[in-house]
Design a protein around this ligand. Structure first.
Ligand code: MN
Length: 738
């Protein structure tokens, strides 16, 4: 009893201190000082969550307090949002209603909490359609009051910061959807530092091994980096001081996630990433009219000292990014001969860059509803929401595409300015201007020169669209469209014209099923799609109706073969053991790590045929409708969809040390010369004593390609094998396919 009392006291003090930090931060900001209502919201929430604890064991109220602190200090929001943050879980987790909140705190705060409650339980449910619908709701609420989504961000950030106390399968789900949707959304809202932190935290849970390895490498190379930075920045400091400028300069590290991304994309080791840090100069400037001039003065000082990279100057002062970002970026050659980026911005620009638009608003109290870039973007989102795709996954992807894109700016012949995602084409511009222009576009003129409609545009291009009444929209156009709007419009038009073909295809499919006594279960459909290399039912109907594929006996054969296999495994699982009368079907506990034992293969788990991971690969499990664990590689694109969409069926998995042998496929390409194949085969089978299971060789004139299937124990063997094959004279490319 005494012990409990002491703990209770200490907790009270801790909660009170956490809240005081929120208040102090708020009082130090530019907002009006509405302390009374904030304190009232705090007391209300504390009472409502009384006695409840988070997964980590700490009192629940600490979570809303932390969310309020992020909203205030990291996003720059005011009292209304702070109150809503403090109250954000009250309606969902306690007996209080929205009406209660309205009575106590007024309409606005209640509305925001209502918006947050509607979209809780995760954007993603257990079905893709539910997930799309929830996401739609989130974006709709967002376009009504942007603070809803900003608070959702703060909520997610705090949950990510405290993710360590959850079970691994929940970590995967939350990290997965954070990377899939929250981080891009944060980027779009201009919440740059929140976006980076969300990415880094997700990465930490998704690829723990890679994460700690890169962290280690950063630490090891720190001393060297500091030395270079000092050498580089000292002369700049001198000159800036001579100018009499008040400023702050710091070395900005790339995040672990972005380093990893670059290593993966460019296939380079850590040592070859030179832009690991950038220098950032933030200067104080009372007169907004002088900001631009000061930026260019600093530019001039730095380029006098160091050689400027000719193509890497980015002027986001004259034309800010759509998310409001303003700064001048230049890249110069550092003392060690590597390029270093320098970011130049005023204190005001820095606030916008770090905290997003919300920070910007407090500088513009009074004029609220001006035509900001954010409003333009919100309208685009609404436009997509009004024309949703029939397939939920496509719809999500379309929206995501729109979130990720970085922009270019082009002009119409009338001088009208259009902001478009990178890689936009003439056809995107046509659709942007009007659907009918898009559907009948035949070509374009870029800077007065005739170009095809697939021509990719650059910032600053002047674009004219040419149309013809006889032109018909084509399915392959979707391959070079970059805007979500154009894709949606094109697909809608195509669907209209394809409807008869789809109906025909559907009829053919039903007849096929009846003829062979098959039922269209998820499993059967997925298998057929897999065999025909199609991605969804609609594609299947379309391909059937257009006679591009046929459902022949071959498919029936393949279907029954796979069926007999899974049938066998079921028989095996039910086989009575000698000790127990009848073996119970195994129930997999998603809270615990599932160990992949060789003997259980085919009985309790199977290897996904999309990515075919082998022991040594990072993997995760997905429990299918037969209660079997399907093992995917952690970086399998299909796995990331599953993670985001079916989080509750995810189980973390690990290879048993003696997992037995697995098949791996290796693709080898090279120039044919006499004797090369003998050399290859001999090297593999004799030198490495590897069991070759299949070997396919094709040669066309001088080039040969070879598919090799080997039986191995873990992924390290394949890596070694690839490295050795690479050294054979004439071999140009070796890679593990699956
Ligand atoms: Mn919450």
């Amino acid at each position: 009893m005494e012990q409990y009392k002491i703990d209770h006291q200490a907790e009270e003090t801790m909660i009170e201190a956490a809240f005081q930090e929120v208040l102090e931060g708020y009082l130090a900001s530019n907002h009006r000082k509405k302390v009374e209502i904030i304190t009232r919201a705090y007391k209300f929430a504390k009472e409502a969550h009384k006695g409840v604890r988070r997964q980590s064991g700490e009192p629940y109220i600490l979570h809303p307090i932390a969310v309020a602190k992020i909203a205030s200090q990291e996003i720059g929001l005011g009292s209304t949002s702070i109150c809503a943050a403090l109250l954000h879980d009250v309606v969902e987790d306690t007996d209080y209603t929205i009406e209660d909140l309205e009575q106590h705190f007024g309409k606005k705060i209640a509305q925001i909490v209502a918006g947050l409650t509607k979209i809780s339980g995760g954007i993603f449910g257990d079905k893709a359609s539910v997930q799309a619908e929830n996401f739609r709701k989130l974006l709709l609420t967002m376009s009504e009051d942007i603070r809803v989504v900003l608070l959702k961000m703060a909520d997610r950030l705090h949950n990510m910061r405290t993710l360590g106390s959850l079970a691994p399968n929940k970590q995967y789900k939350i990290a997965g959807e954070t990377l899939y949707i929250y981080a891009p959304l944060a980027h779009r809202l201009g919440l740059f530092s929140i976006k980076s932190e969300l990415e880094d935290l997700s990465f930490k849970y998704e690829h723990p091994v890679a994460y700690s390895r890169i962290r280690e490498l950063i630490k090891e190379s720190e001393a060297h980096r500091t030395e270079i930075y000092k050498k580089f920045s000292t002369p700049i400091h001198q000159k800036l001081k001579e100018l009499g400028l008040k400023y702050e300069a710091k070395a900005r590290m790339k995040t672990v996630y972005s380093i990893w991304n670059k290593m993966e994309k460019k296939q380079v080791p850590f040592e070859e990433i030179y832009d690991i840090y950038a220098m950032r100069i933030i200067f104080d400037c009372d007169d907004p009219d002088k900001e631009k001039l000061t930026c260019w003065n600093i530019y001039s000082i730095i380029t006098d000292l160091y050689r400027l990279h000719p193509d890497r100057t980015r002027d986001w002062i004259s034309v800010p990014k759509a998310n409001g970002y303003q700064a001048l970026h230049i890249t110069v050659m550092g003392p060690d001969g590597n390029w270093i980026e320098v970011q130049i911005r005023s204190r005001r620009m820095d606030e916008i860059a770090e905290k997003g638009f919300a920070a910007h608003w407090k500088y513009k109290i009074g004029d609220g509803d001006e035509e900001s870039e954010l409003n333009v973007w919100l309208r685009t989102i609404k436009d997509i929401l009004d024309n949703p795709e029939p397939s939920a996954i496509d719809f999500l992807d379309t929206l995501k595409l729109n979130l990720f894109a970085s922009e270019i700016v082009v002009f119409t012949p009338k001088g009208e300015l259009l902001t478009l995602p990178n890689n936009s084409t003439v056809l995107d511009v046509a659709f942007e201007l009007h659907s009918q222009l898009g559907l009948h576009c035949i070509a374009g003129k870029v800077n007065h020169k005739l170009v095809p409609l697939s021509h990719k545009l650059k910032s600053g291009d002047q674009v004219e669209v040419l149309t013809s009444n006889t032109q018909q929209p084509k399915a392959e156009w979707v391959n070079f469209l970059a805007t979500a709007k154009a894709k949606t419009r094109l697909r809608a038009a195509l669907r209209k014209s394809q409807q008869p073909i789809i109906t025909e295809g559907k009829k053919m499919f039903v007849e096929f099923l009846q003829k062979h006594n098959l039922v269209a279960t998820n499993e059967v459909v997925t298998k057929i799609l897999g065999i025909l290399h199609l991605s969804n039912k609609e594609e299947l109907y379309l391909a059937l109706g257009a006679n591009e594929v046929a459902l022949d006996d071959n498919i029936v054969k393949q279907l029954s073969r796979q069926d007999s296999q899974s049938l066998l495994s079921k028989i095996f699982r039910r086989k009575p053991s000698k000790l127990v009368e009848v073996q119970e079907p195994i129930v997999i506990d998603t809270k615990e790590t599932y160990i992949l034992k060789h003997d259980d293969r085919g009985a309790n788990f199977k290897i996904a045929d999309c990515c075919c991971p082998i022991p040594g690969d990072e993997v995760l499990g997905f429990i299918d409708e037969n209660n079997e664990v399907v093992v995917h590689a952690l970086d399998c694109p299909r796995a990331s969809v599953l993670k985001a969409g079916y989080g509750s069926s995810i189980v973390s998995t690990q290879w048993d040390i003696s997992s037995g042998k697995f098949l791996a496929t290796i693709q080898i390409e090279g120039l044919d010369r006499f004797g090369i194949l003998q050399e290859l085969i001999q090297m593999i089978s004799t030198n490495l004593s590897i069991d070759i299971r299949k070997l396919n060789i094709e040669a066309h004139e001088e080039v040969f390609s070879c598919e090799l299937v080997v039986l191995i124990e873990d992924s390290q063997v394949v890596t070694d094998l690839c490295n050795k094959v690479k050294k054979i004279n004439g071999v140009k490319k070796v890679s593990r396919v699956y």
